[in-house]
Write a protein that binds this ligand. Structure first.
Ligand SMILES: Nc1nc2c(ncn2[C@@H]2O[C@H](COP(=O)(O)OP(=O)(O)O)[C@@H](O)[C@H]2O)c(=O)[nH]1
Ligand SMILES: [Mg+2]
Length: 617
């Protein structure tokens, strides 16, 4: 699941494009429909050609509503920078581009809209201008797609381009610390208070307790919806509507965050690395507005060692907020003054003490904190990309191989990082915290599976892999690293000590089925067993599933196997299906099913029209 955001100048066709792609009108407010202009964030969703489902956040382009744009654009995995072919690059095209850069949105597609209004030569001129504008920015390599929302031209190409761009995107990070920046609060008849936002860093489940930051209230998640569908569990990287128990809409506002209790601080100040946009300046003690995720607050910047950070330069600051907002080290923010975006930065430390502005040691300390010790860098890198291999981690952390190895060994020794070795392939690294998160998820998934399938001996591996959303190799490694409470059985996974728990009625049905099979020998009556009972008998070793709905008593099957082996040993050349049928005295269909099962088991093999014993027999 990924979130895609629009960006670009007002009236360039963002909302129209979203409607053309999804069939959902993102401008849902009456005022928006009357004025034909987006004011608030709009939301839609779409299934791409690959089958991938994405959420779309549509932002307003008007200069007066950049603050609303900022509330929605921070958490997107991909931006669609929308430029009307008839107007080309305009002021909010540049401002939104600068904001995407400050918020480190690294993936984008430039969509040239309204191509039905210009000829090809004109569109090419505009494209050149776009290249010149993007050159040297993080989005310099973004593809350009020409569309018309009116004729529908280019929409298929755009859908494919979105698929392509997301193909390479890392899956949304899941570090077991869910946070959801609230961007809307409303009441829904029959539900009560609902908030929406983009879920990051972990999953939310119905029944979870969440803390509202700032504010400190804890609330219970009564229900969850994603794309208008009710879900038991919402995944990171999705747009989520959360129904909260015991709270009224007046007690919640946009900008607050829902988080695991105790995990996220309300910042009154934070220290930060700041960066000014070219041509702009951030001055010491100037009153500005800080936008962080869906929150915004008036603030002053206390600059260290300088009175001004200007024109593309970077510096260090303590941001003193007039109202607290939820913030964590690493979070990105934007600084504005009136209708002007001045720059932005990255949070280094939350609620640090006040520092002396002129003390050079302050800057040294901040710099080493921001860059971090090798351990901090390795852990921070791991959090972004885990589960991962050793080389990838060292490369991402920017450490030399020697330093990387030493640091990694120390962290493994301390238990902060776990090195898990899959049965085949390279070891996989995860943090202890994440492994604990996997364990928790696996435990829940297993408990739910066992409860839903009391007759099954184990949960299929693939189902558990789906619950953990891990690739094959990483899954195999993690499975081996889970505590003794979780084990494997055959091809499946179980809670240690799990045994099927048939009810008295089921037990009776099992015995009746087993009795009927035993009595039927190799040609039991074709009664249709409950599939759960049949699977139970097979997994218990009491029956053999020969395929083609042929279920045989194990002893009867083994008798047939001995008979076939003996007959084939003394048979000249391959034995035909008809000969086997006569030997066993069964129907052609059962003979066929038995032989195919013996093939699968490696006892026999096909030779021309008949079968022979494998050489190893
Ligand atoms: N001819 C033409 N008009 C378009 C196209 N896309 C949008 N428009 C029109 O441009 C105007 C602004 O569109 P809108 O989606 O509200 O722009 P936004 O402010 O970027 O969301 C509306 O009148 C649309 O009908 C297009 O592809 N071709
Ligand atoms: Mg719009």
């Amino acid at each position: 699941m990924f979130v895609v955001g629009t960006a670009g100048h007002v009236d360039h066709g963002k909302s129209t494009l979203v409607r053309a792609l999804t069939g959902i009108d993102p401008d849902r407010l009456r005022e928006e429909q009357e004025r034909g202009m987006t004011i608030e964030l709009g939301f839609a969703w779409l299934t791409l050609p690959s089958g991938r489902e994405i959420s779309i956040v549509d932002v307003p382009g008007h200069v007066r509503f950049v603050r609303h744009m900022l509330a929605g654009i921070g958490a997107v995995d991909l931006a669609l920078l929308i430029i009307a072919a008839d107007e080309g690059v305009m002021p909010q095209t540049r401002e939104h581009l600068a904001i995407l850069d400050l918020l480190e949105v690294r993936r984008a597609i430039v969509v040239l809209t309204k191509c039905d209004m210009v000829d090809n030569a004109w569109a090419s001129l505009v494209e050149e201008d776009v290249h010149a504008t993007l050159d040297g920015t993080a989005l310099g390599d973004a593809p350009i797609v020409r569309v018309s929302a009116v004729t529908g031209d280019g929409l298929d190409t755009l859908r494919a381009a979105i698929d392509d761009a997301l193909q390479a995107a890392p899956p949304p990070r899941d570090i077991g610390r869910p946070r959801l920046g609230i961007d809307r609060v409303f009441t829904m008849t029959g539900f009560g208070t609902v908030v929406t936002g983009t879920l990051l860093d972990g999953r939310l489940r119905t029944g979870d307790t969440v803390e509202v930051v700032p504010g400190g209230r804890t609330l219970r998640v009564r229900g969850l919806q994603s794309h208008r569908r009710e879900v038991k569990e919402a995944l990171p990287g999705t747009r989520v509507a959360v129904n909260l128990a015991g709270v009224s809409t007046e007690d919640l506002t946009r900008g607050q965050t829902l988080a695991t209790p105790g995990r996220l601080e309300a910042a009154r100040t934070f220290d930060a690395r700041v960066r000014s946009l070219p041509g702009e300046a951030m001055r010491h003690n100037r009153r500005v507005t800080v936008h962080l995720a869906a929150a915004e607050a008036p603030a002053r910047l206390r600059l260290f060692g300088t009175d001004e950070v200007a024109d593309g330069a970077e510096g260090w600051a303590q941001v003193v907020l007039a109202e607290p907002i939820a913030a964590a080290p690493g979070d990105l923010f934007v600084v504005r003054l009136g209708d002007q975006t001045l720059g932005g930065g990255r949070v280094v430390e939350v609620n640090a003490p006040r520092h002396r502005r002129t003390d050079p040691a302050v800057i040294d300390r901040l710099a080493s904190r921001a860059l971090g010790t090798p351990e901090a860098r390795l852990l921070a890198a791991l959090e972004r990309i885990e589960p991962c291999s050793t080389v990838t981690l060292e490369r991402t952390a920017g450490l030399s191989p020697d330093e990387g190895r030493l640091t990694l060994d120390a962290l493994i020794e301390k238990g902060d990082i776990r090195r898990l070795t899959p049965p085949a392939g390279e070891p996989v690294l995860v943090s202890g915290v994440t492994l604990a998160g996997y364990e928790e998820t696996a435990r829940r998934a297993l408990a739910a599976y066992h409860a839903a399938h009391p007759l099954r001996f184990a949960m299929p591996r693939e189902e558990l892999r789906g619950a953990l959303s891990l690739p094959q190799r990483e899954f195999a490694a993690v499975l081996g690293g889970l505590t003794p409470g979780i084990g494997t059985r055959g091809e499946g996974v179980v809670e240690t000590g799990w045994e099927p728990r048939p009810s008295p009625q089921q037990r009776a049905a099992i015995e009746a089925a087993a009795g009927a099979l035993a009595a039927g020998g190799l040609q039991p009556d074709r009664v249709s067993f409950d599939p759960a009972i049949a699977a139970y008998l097979v997994e218990a070793g009491r029956a053999i599933d020969c395929g083609d709905s042929v279920l045989l008593d194990t002893a009867a099957f083994e008798g047939a196997q001995q008979g076939v082996i003996a007959a084939m040993r003394s048979h000249a050349g391959p034995m035909t299906l008809a000969e086997t049928r006569d030997l066993l005295g069964v129907s052609r269909r059962n003979a066929q099913a038995i032989l195919e099962t013996l093939d699968r088991q490696g006892v026999t093999m096909r030779v021309g029209d008949g079968r022979m014993l494998r050489a190893s027999r």
